[in-house]
Ligand binder design. Sequence first.
Ligand code: UVW
Length: 357
Amino acid sequence: MAPRWKHSPDGARWGEFGPDDQRGRMNLVTREKVLQGVAEVREGLSFCLSLPLDVPGGARMNPRRQPPQRYSVIRNGPSAGQQGFCWSYASEDPELTDVVNDDVALLSLQYSTQWDSLAHVGSLFDADGDGVAEAVFYNGYRAGEHIRPGTEDPQATQAFARFPGPQADALGIEHLAEHGAQGRGVMIDLEHHLGRRRQAVGYDALMRILEADGIAVESGDMVCLHTGFADTLLAMNRRPDLETLHATGSGLDGWDDRLLNWIVDVKLACLLADNPAVELVVPKLARPAGGPALRQPRLPLHEHCLFKNGIHLGELWYLTELARWLRAHGRSRFLLTAPPLRLPGAVGSPATPIATV
Ligand code: UVW
């Protein structure tokens, strides 16, 4: 089989875990790391790190992502539905007493608390060296070949079925689910040091915070960034006030090369945040007067992590209660258990992560 790439992007470590690897740096969450996580369990106290999955509310925060819609399955006709159950087994046999509810959800997988798979963000890059950039993902997996449009169903009546896929035959979220996504979590409490004002956090600021809090990030750690954004959002009770949100919460500075190098050199396994993108999304750099167009990503940290280095991202996690508890108890580490849905071919997944201390 022809190798998937002749050239890898600058700053990428494609092939680090073999050319066909689809787990990226989650490979660093080894049995030893799980035991390190388990060793952090001293109180038997668990924290749910998910927002309710119908938060933010509406689609104003991201028009591509709609709130969940749930349907019921009514087998016995509307009258059963009106009584508060879907069907009664008595319709099959009058002597049976069971009444049953089922439901169906139509879910934007990245609407609320979520994982991004390595198939979520790639880049236009000339991996095969033919002089033309193609859409390519981590380890050279190709759009159109490995990550492709799903199959249209001409019989489908639902509106959403008009836009089938994408179908990630490589790099789908099931690879993370099969790993288990359990290991040692480390909390970096940006909000405690910076407040909730929107600001980019670069290498220097991050190092100051790690030093002040005595935090050492080690190989294979699952790193959480608490900014307070999700807590502000939750308090809006599903009516997000965009003006306030646009001024709220810190995020990593994806244009800071020293920060990007640190993320790779420290060998963290994944980056998880309570804000919408882990990084602070800033407007595109300006084209120099009269100069050529600058080809650049809108989301440089996504490019660096998902595309170049196989580092999964988690967004809109709910970290405030855990961050407060850890600070009050002079701790920053915990057992993190955060499997995504084992949904083959999906590019992201809702998550209900649990921290145990
Ligand atoms: C995009 O919006 C592209 O990604 P994310 O939700 O990961 O920030």
